[in-house]
Ligand binder design. Structure first.
Ligand code: GLC
Ligand code: CA
Length: 554
């Protein structure tokens, strides 16, 4: 297996809107990020993945881009960006940009031209089709954010495809001019000195030529088999690699929802010349009661089976990302841990241990290092996310599911859980803004905030700091071979990692009850690298406390 810097790095994701507001307008911004670089340096991360900061009408908070080479006004200016980049570099921190090129905003110049009635050079930049008889969309596909995936355009008198919102028309990657535009734009950013790309829904860029109805699940047909890992996706990524990526020392990660192990080896194989790593969601996929919406926990045995499959089957062949949280996921301590005052900190540390001792590049989502929790939503007015708002309309207001039934699912899974402002201190609005925040601050900021945690050695923050430092110290954590123990156990997640002479034992109690565990003989004299409770003797049968985790090295 090749050793590379991006396999050894720890990444921190910033969702700029909710990170830090520098000018009191209630919206996080670039100057806010620059002001907090020392905090990130102290945490010890190597790379920032910056969610989109480009010009955007914000239908989907920046994932709808109207100009790839301009900065969103609310976030600042290109000078602010350059300053942030050079200040990050001065601290040895790299910046990876979010590349959203499956679609643009409908306000992008290309789409404005493309939808014109008369012939223009941009005619085939998007995916246009005639409707079916009786003013019906070309097929039955539903969009990810609800409703049909097609919108009729009065001007052009045709339908265009949007796998997300109608303000996010899908680009036509089969058009070589589109690909060249994207590659030129990427080159422009690379020349600026950025350090890589996180590629938004990159697995969806190639669509099948004929577009038949999909299998109906709920109200609409599933576009998946025709648009995800489509016929030319690997050709286009190889072309992108040849024309752009291979020319720079950058890292790339592809958001590849629904990817199989076999496909992942193509996207991120050691020698596949596409991307460095995949970012896949099998361990957090809802398969819920109502589409992705769910209020049930995945059984631990299932979670272990999924995570272990990725650990063992990619070993030596391809590279994966490790994450619990991102801007599209609820807070992990609420989802897989226990966010009660009694167990919040310990379970947050346990989850971090479980993930950070695995193989793959770890991603920390802003606030995760503080053990931030889900938000206690009270009414629909608390939500900002287009997906959550639309889902409530589609499932509840339509009368398909009762409010009582749907509400807990929405509250548990909503993306807005991740988007409440970072809790910096215990002053008003958690120190995020001096104005009115664009989305409510979690009321628990008086107890949970960075200022308190940074100076408390027993905090979740200091525990993350230690996990990051361990990864840098012990190659076995990055490169060791993974073996799952006790696969059937519904309370304990236990595995080993092995590299040459070194062997790690990772033991995590996912339950709120004490659990007995027999430490394998071979770890009798091992050293404890980290533990989320008081360290003690780890020999024979130990009684694990609720949510206890420890790591032994021999
Ligand atoms: C990705 C992003 C998500 C966005 C969607 C459309 O899944 O992570 O936030 O809404 O793509 O761009
Ligand atoms: Ca601001």
């Amino acid at each position: 297996m090749k050793r590379t810097w991006w396999k050894e790095a720890v990444i921190y994701q910033i969702y700029p809107r909710s990170f830090m507001d520098s000018n009191g307008d209630g919206i996080g911004d670039l100057k806010g990020i620059t002001a907090k670089l020392d905090y990130l340096k102290e945490l010890g991360i190597d790379v920032i993945w910056l969610s989109p900061v480009y010009q955007s009408p914000n239908d989907d908070n920046g994932y709808d881009i109207s100009d790839y080479q301009a900065i969103m006004e609310e976030f600042g200016t290109m000078e602010d960006f350059d300053e942030m980049l050079s200040e990050a570099h001065a601290r040895g921190i790299k910046i990876v940009m979010d590349l959203v090129v499956n679609h643009t905003s409908d306000e992008h110049r290309w789409f404005v031209e493309s939808r014109k009635a008369e012939d223009t050079p941009y005619r085939d930049y998007y995916i246009w089709r005639e409707g079916k008889e009786g003013n019906q969309p070309p097929n039955n596909w539903g969009s990810c954010f609800g409703g049909s995936a097609w919108k009729y355009d009065e001007q052009r008198q045709m339908y265009y495809l949007h796998l997300f919102s109608p303000k996010q028309p899908d680009l036509n990657w089969d058009n070589p001019k589109v690909r060249q535009e994207v590659f030129d734009m990427m080159t422009w950013w690379c020349e600026k000195g950025i350090d890589g790309f996180r590629m938004d829904v990159i697995s969806m860029i190639s669509k099948t030529k004929d577009m038949p109805d999909g299998k109906v699940n709920g109200l609409y047909g599933d576009f998946g088999p025709y648009c995800v890992h489509g016929p030319h996706v690997h050709d286009y990524l190889k072309e992108m690699n040849e024309k752009v990526l291979s020319r720079y020392d950058i890292m790339t990660v592809g958001e590849t929802s629904g990817v199989t192990v076999e496909e992942a080896k193509k996207y991120a194989g050691e020698d596949s010349h596409e991307l460095n790593m995949v970012f896949q969601f099998e361990h957090v996929d809802g398969h819920g009661k109502y589409g992705k919406w769910n209020d049930e926990r995945m059984p631990l045995s299932k979670l272990k089976e999924i995570m272990s499959k990725w650990q063992t089957e990619l070993y030596g062949k391809a590279w994966n990302s490790l994450f619990w949280d991102n801007h599209d996921q609820p807070r992990v301590v609420s989802r897989f841990g226990n966010d009660s005052p009694e167990y919040r900190e310990r379970s947050a540390k346990m989850l971090a241990t479980c993930l950070h001792m695995m193989q793959g590049t770890p991603y920390i989502y802003q606030g995760e290092e503080l053990g931030m929790t889900n938000y206690p939503f009270e009414t629909m007015a608390d939500f900002r996310d287009i997906e959550s708002v639309n889902a409530y309309k589609e499932w509840c207001e339509s009368g398909r599911v009762s409010h009582e039934e749907f509400w807990p699912c929405l509250c548990l899974i909503s993306r807005d859980n991740a988007r409440t402002p970072v809790q910096w201190n215990d002053t008003e609005n958690a120190g995020f803004t001096t104005g009115t925040p664009w989305i409510k601050v979690n009321p628990n900021y008086k107890e949970i905030n960075a200022a308190a945690e940074v100076k408390n050695p027993a905090s979740v923050f200091c525990y993350y700091q230690k996990l990051i430092a361990l990864r840098k110290q012990y190659p076995v954590i990055v490169y060791g071979k993974y073996t799952l123990l006790l696969p059937e156990d519904e309370n304990l997640f236990v595995y080993t990692r092995e590299l040459e002479e070194d062997k790690l034992l990772v033991v995590c109690n996912f339950s709120s009850a004490e659990q007995a565990f027999s430490v394998p003989e071979e770890f009798a004299d091992a050293e404890c690298l980290i533990s989320n409770t008081e360290e003690r003797e780890y020999e024979g049968t130990v009684a694990l406390k609720p949510y206890e985790a420890f790591v032994l090295l021999r």
